[in-house]
Each structure stands twice: as structure tokens, then as C-alpha cells.
Design a protein around this ligand. Structure first.
Ligand code: ADP
Length: 711
């Protein structure tokens, strides 16, 4: 059943809103002092010099006692937004987090930074839980991590009633929404838990899921009070996005080769089914890679072991279903490969986004083919068979899932900059990549990967195209020849397969124009099926009874295969020329860029991607000349032998203290260390990601290692 939504809009549905209050506070000395204290804490505990986009505003608002909702992509640094306030606020911060298996890592990481933290969950006995709660009540713990189910226990309620709680943080807040992909009914109890507290703490919610509907649910269901909503840019410039169209039987071999070529890197391979994860993990094991499988069908113990093996780098690769990963904190995942097409861009971005959380280069490769689409559609129809919904509700859910899937298919087919595609999907106005991609394609306009005629996924199928009925001067042939003769220049972001690929193109301008004309002729009153039928001159009863055969565009594409017309129509939707309304009978309307299709210089191509030109080697080498965000200062060459030496030391220390290596130091910190080669405490503190506690814990050993390496 659909939840109800708040009637007023979310603070004008902002992108990155620094609240008006924040500005008026600007001059207040207590505010300035709070900002200064936050920066000092960032430096002292985390060893970072400045906040990233969105962080300062959120920290600021929380310290001023205002509820917040932070919507930031994975890896953007949501945790710091509540961890810094937690160190400065007088009372306890409770962090509600969905995965108990990860709490230990999160708490270990904080303690290693010198921030007292603890967790309460079912892995502990009653006595241990009692001890932790007593510590927290004494003020010896600043952050207490709990699973939402815990809040319902009497013990937790009575604890919360007598302890001073300054802040409640809801991590992965989209779990409260039935529209999110990870709905957890226990999240619905959070609002009630907060309402029952003797005095209401500040409430901070964080998520990487960006749809408006989910955002509305979070505000309404957690009952956030006039929250400051901050939505940061969704682009992840350090990630290299790659799409490969591969026949099913070639996928595993490709993956195995990739994993072997990147044996010293950590990666996640996502598969659609449990069987596939086991088959692929087995194949990798046969070829000498220590990979673990992870899926929902394994026992809790086995899943836990697999996760630990991956997190501690004992197994560099995990082959998993989408059951794996929510809340995975491992910062040094260098690649995420998808064996099949996921169900939505949201799911894909979340899973792929687990690469490169440390800001270092990561590679996200999506392998797909047409049978993935068929499988996804079948799964989607089966998924919608939920008995608790009425027939109408089921249909609405099915159509909305269809649309999500269509956008995913659009991603596989587009030859637009993949960063631009993502950021446009999340309606991210901060992205310059979109403008770049559009201008970079220039007169050639936007291009989409041809799928209808290219089952083999290798060379462009010219004959198929010519049979498809394109006319006159045969632009198809020209552009195919043109593209194969001249490799595309790097364009757009320069950090995705599309921007670095050479293309063979098929001109579908005429088809796109006819579709636009037909939408106009039909007064934007019909769905995709009717538009295709009209354009192809269908003689069905229904169509004739409505006199749609009188429409000027009737039969305009009678020579073009139906699949092609549909593909172009779908791509026009994902490229913003058309939109499809929601509801039981979705109708095609003109999109924000519709006017372009009427222009005399409109040009629209369907293209197919050959292999990207500039990929290979270590993931870290993908990023030639590419600059990362403000805190990514590692553009200079890294000394690989020293880096390896420091990695070994990190692994040894991790073993000694029984914690994952990335908790000791991130890859990014080690790289900065190879650059700076610190010899003194002050120099060591200057390394990105080194705070005072880390200097005290590990400084001496790392400096010794560097000294002996230099010698
Ligand atoms: P998210 O929860 O949004 O996925 P995390 O909070 O795990 O992201 O942060 C990802 C990585 O970025 C972590 O290694 C974190 O230490 C680092 N990070 C966060 N904020 C900063 C900052 N201001 N400067 C440098 N690194 C940062």
C-alpha cells in the first residue's frame, strides 16, 4: 500500500540548500566558534583539512540543533556529517544502521580514530549489552550504533528515557520508504521511538537514494522538523564507467581475465542469481584467485565469513548477489563488475558506487546483452504479483518498475557521456558534464547504442540498417564509414567508456522526427504502443475505430522494424526529448528537449560502442590527466614499490590488531604517504587521512618503513 506524503513541499525540493538560517547565523560568534570547532575536530580525528561539498552545511545545521536530511552518493562522506557533531555535542549520538554485520567495522574505525564508540546488537549476550549501555549512560561513549529492531526493546526504551541524547542519526534512511529498494518495516518504528523520548534530540537522516518520492517519505515518516535538506552533486568523478555488450557465454571468461589481471586489487562482482555467483567464484578459484561467493541462500555464518574475508583483504574478490554490500565501508574497492544488467539506475549506481570510496580511481564495468533485458522483464512481471495489492495497484507498480528498467536499458545503449547520463538521471543541476557532453557531440547530436540489429555485439550491421528503410542519401552508411575511419576524440568527462570510445553510427534522425511528429499529431494523448502502431500503419480494429489512420504520420515508418521504432522512442525518453506519464495508462508527452527535434539541424544517431580505446592496466592508471575532487591531491605519480611496502606493513598491523587493513589507513592515505615520505611527526600529520590518534598508533612504524625504503 502506498504511504501518504506530506502536503507541503520539501523546503522547495532543494539541491544543495544552505538554509536561510545558516546564513543569518553566519555572523554570530557562537556559530563561528562551532564552525571552527568542527574544522578542528575534522583535522584532529580524521586528518582532513577541509569539508567536502555539503558536509560543512550539514554539520553546521546539526550543531545548531536543526534536523537535516543529507542526500549524497555513496563515498561522498555522509558519516563525517554526523560523526563530527557527535564528538562536539554534549550528549550521546545514537546511530541507527541497518546492518549489524557492519557495526563492528564502523565502531572499530571510530575507536581507531580516537572517538569512543560502541554498538548494541544481537551478536552480544545480555551481559555485554548491559555493559555497553552502562558505559554509554556514563558518557564514556559518544556514538552508539543500533539496528532499528533494537529500538523496540524495553531495555533500549528505558535506557533512552534516562540518558541525555543529543542526536539521532538514521543511516540508509531510504529503508523507511516502501518506494526505496531496501524497505525495512522496522524503520517505521523510528519516528515513534523518537516521539517517546522525554526531550526531542536533533534528528539527522542520510541516504544515497535520490528520488523525490523517497525523500518525501523520509521527511514524513521520520517526522523531521523543518529539516535542512542538502542534496549534493551525484557525479563520482573518480569512477570510470564502462559498458560492455557480451554474449552470455563470454561474460565469465572476460571477468576471470579482468580479475587475474588485477590480482592486487580488491573488487566486487555482482551476479543476478545465486547459481551464477557460485559458478563464477568456482571458476575464479580454479584459476587461482581467492574469491568468495556471497548470497542470501548461504547460512548467516557463511555469509559473515565471506564478508570478513573480503573486508580484511584475505579474499580480494567477492562474487555476490545484490544481497551484498549495503553499508559496506571498505574504502579500497577498486572495481565493481556487473555480470548482468541491474533492475534500475538507482540499484546500479548504489552497487557500482562501492568502488573508489576513498576517492582514488575505481572502475565500474557493466556487462550486458539482450537476454538480460528479457530476464529482467520477466522477473519484474513476477515481482509485481503481490497478493496484498489490488489489480490496479499492481499495474501501477509494474509500470513504474518498467520505467526504472527502461532507464537502465537506456544507460546500456547510450553513447552519451555516462557520467552525464547518471547525473541527468538524478536531475543533478550541479553537473557540468551534461552540458559538456551535449556540446561535445556538437552537430552530430546525441547518440544511442544500436541494439535492435546488433545481436552479436561486434561490428555495425549495415545491411540490417539498410533493410530498415532509411532513405535517400543513406546517412547510415556515411556515418558508419565516417566513424570507423576516424576514432572519436576524447570528449565529455574523459573518464567513461563512451567518452573514450570509437563508434560506428546509424542515423535515426528521420525516425526520431517522425516519432515527434506523431506525438504531436496524437495531441500527446497516447502511450508508446499506439504511437508505434500508428507510425507503422497498423490496421488493428482499435486503431481504425479511433480513426487514428487519419493521422498525418500514420504509416510514416511502415518500413522500419517495430523494435527499431521502439528503441528510438525509448532512447528519446531517456535523452529528455519525450517523457512518459505515471499511472495505469502511461502517456507519452513532449520532454524538456522536445523543441530540438523540430530544428533543421536536428541530428540523432544510434551508435554502437566498440571497445573503449584507453582502458587496461591497473585501475589507478585509468585516470591519466583526470582531476578528482578537491581533496584528491594525488595526481602526481605514486611510487609503486614503496606503496606495496606500505601495504604489506598495513596488512601486518591489521592482522596484529585483528581489524581490516583499510581501518588502519586507506589506499589514498598510503598513496599520499608515498608522495610526502614523512620523516617527522609534523610531516606525518600532513598526510591526508592522518589524525592525531593514527599518528600515535602507527606513525613510528610507517616512518621507519619509509626510512628503510629510502635507504
Ligand atoms: P558514504 O557514507 O557517503 O558512502 P563515507 O562516510 O564512508 O561515505 O566516506 C567515504 C570516504 O571518504 C571515507 O574514507 C572518508 O574518510 C572519506 N572522507 C569523508 N569526508 C572527507 C573529507 N572531508 N576529506 C577527505 N576525505 C573524506
Amino acid at each position: 500500500m502506498a504511504p501518504s506524503y506530506p502536503t507541503e513541499s520539501l523546503a522547495a525540493e532543494p539541491r544543495h540548500i544552505e538554509s536561510p538560517c545558516a546564513q543569518s547565523r553566519e555572523t554570530r560568534p557562537d556559530h563561528a566558534a562551532a564552525q571552527q570547532a568542527a574544522l578542528e575536530a575534522l583535522h584532529r580525528y580524521f586528518g582532513y583539512d577541509s569539508f567536502r561539498t555539503g558536509q560543512a552545511g550539514l554539520v553546521d545545521a546539526i550543531l545548531a540543533g536543526r534536523d537535516v536530511l543529507g542526500v549524497m552518493p555513496t563515498g561522498a562522506g555522509k558519516s563525517i556529517c554526523y560523526q563530527i557533531p557527535a564528538t562536539l555535542l554534549p550528549g550521546l549520538t545514537i546511530v541507527i544502521s541497518p546492518l549489524i554485520s557492519l557495526m563492528r567495522d564502523q565502531v572499530d574505525a571510530l575507536n581507531d580514530l580516537g572517538i569512543p564508540a560502541a554498538y548494541i546488537n544481537t551478536t552480544q549476550g545480555m551481559d555485554e549489552q548491559g555493559m555497553v549501555l552502562a558505559q554509554a549512560a556514563r558518557g564514556d561513549v559518544k556514538l552508539l550504533y543500533v539496528a532499528p529492531e533494537r529500538l523496540e526493546t524495553e531495555r533500549m526504551r528505558s535506557f533512552a528515557a534516562r540518558v541525555r541524547i543529543s542526536l539521532i542519526t538514521v543511516d540508509e534512511a531510504h529503508c523507511v520508504s516502501q518506494w526505496g529498494q531496501d524497505f525495512r518495516s522496522s524503520y517505521l518504528g523510528i519516528g515513534e521511538f523518537i516521539a517517546a523520548l522525554p526531550s526531542r534530540p536533533t534528528v539527522a537522516a542520510f541516504t544515497a537514494t535520490a528520488t523525490q518520492r523517497v525523500r518525501h517519505d523520509i521527511v514524513a515518516l521520520l517526522n523531521l522538523q523543518h529539516p535542512q535538506v542538502t542534496v549534493t552533486g551525484f557525479d563520482r568523478p573518480n569512477l570510470f564507467f564502462d559498458i560492455l555488450r557480451k554474449p552470455t557465454n563470454a561474460k565469465n571468461v572476460w571477468i576471470a581475465n579482468y580479475v587475474i589481471d588485477h590480482a592486487d586489487e580488491s573488487g566486487i562482482v555482482y551476479c543476478a542469481t545465486r547459481k551464477e555467483t557460485e559458478a563464477l567464484a568456482g571458476l575464479l578459484a580454479e584459476r587461482g584467485v581467492s574469491a568468495v561467493a556471497y548470497h542470501g541462500g548461504m547460512s548467516a555464518q557463511n555469509r559473515n565469513d565471506a564478508q570478513r574475508a573480503f573486508v580484511t583483504d584475505a579474499a580480494p574478490v567477492v562474487v555476490a548477489t545484490n544481497a551484498f554490500g549495503m553499508g559496506i565501508d571498505k574504502s579500497n574497492v577498486r572495481y565493481v563488475i556487473h555480470h548482468n544488467m541491474p533492475e534500475s539506475i538507482e540499484a546500479y549506481y548504489q552497487e557500482a558506487g562501492r568502488a573508489g570510496r576513498d576517492g582514488e580511481p575505481g572502475r565500474c564495468t557493466l556487462l550486458w546483452n539482450d537476454s538480460d533485458i528479457v530476464t529482467r522483464r520477466r522477473l519484474l512481471d513476477m515481482d509485481s504479483q503481490n497478493d496484498r495489492m489490488s489489480e490496479d495497484e499492481r499495474e501501477v507498480v509494474r509500470l513504474s518498475k518498467r520505467r526504472l528498467l527502461d532507464a537502465m536499458i537506456g544507460y546500456c545503449r547510450t553513447t552519451e557521456c555516462l557520467h552525464a547520463y547518471m547525473t541527468r538521471y538524478f536531475a543533478d543541476p550541479t553537473s557540468g558534464a551534461i552540458a559538456d557532453a551535449v556540446t561535445a557531440t556538437g552537430k552530430t547530436g546525441l547518440r544511442a547504442v544500436d541494439v535492435a540489429n546488433n545481436a552479436a555485439g561486434t561490428a555495425a550491421d549495415e545491411s540490417g540498417v539498410m533493410k530498415s528503410g532509411l532513405r535517400d542519401s543513406d546517412p547510415v552508411k556515411q556515418s558508419v564509414a565516417g566513424a570507423s575511419a576516424t576514432p572519436a576524440k576524447p570528449r565529455g568527462c574523459g573518464n567513461c567508456a563512451n567518452c573514450l570510445s570509437t563508434f560506428a553510427t546509424i542515423d535515426v534522425t528521420d525516425i526520431a522526427r517522425s516519432i515527434s511528429r506523431c506525438v504531436h499529431d496524437l495531441n500527446q494523448n497516447f502511450g508508446m504502443g499506439k504511437i508505434v502502431a500508428v507510425l507503422r500503419g497498423s490496421k488493428t480494429q482499435d486503431l481504425l475505430a479511433r480513426h487514428l489512420d487519419a493521422c498525418p504520420s500514420y504509416g510514416a515508418l511502415d518500413q522500419v522494424p517495430q523494435a527499431r521504432v521502439r528503441d528510438v522512442l525509448n532512447q528519446m525518453t531517456t535523452d529528455g526529448f519525450l517523457t512518459v506519464s505515471e499511472g495505469r495508462l502511461p502517456v507519452v508527452h513532449f520532454g524538456p528537449r522536445a523543441a530540438v527535434t523540430a530544428g533543421s539541424d536536428f541530428h540523432y544517431e544510434i551508435k554502437r560502442i566498440e571497445r573503449p580505446a584507453a582502458v587496461g592496466g591497473r585501475t589507478g592508471q585509468l585516470r591519466s590527466g583526470h582531476t578528482l575532487g578537491s581533496d584528491a591531491s594525488m595526481d602526481t605519480e605514486v611510487d609503486e614499490p614503496l606503496f606495496e611496502r606500505l601495504r604489506v606493513l598495513r596488512r601486518d598491523i591489521a592482522r596484529e590488531i585483528g581489524k581490516p587493513p583499510y581501518i588502519v589507513f586507506s589506499d589514498k592515505t598510503l598513496r599520499d604517504m608515498t608522495r610526502i615520505r614523512p620523516m617527522t611527526n609534523a610531516q606525518f600529520l600532513a598526510v591526508n587521512g592522518v589524525g592525531e590518534n593514527k599518528l600515535n598508533l602507527y606513525g613510528k612504524r610507517f616512518m621507519e618503513a619509509i626510512r628503510s625504503f629510502n635507504a
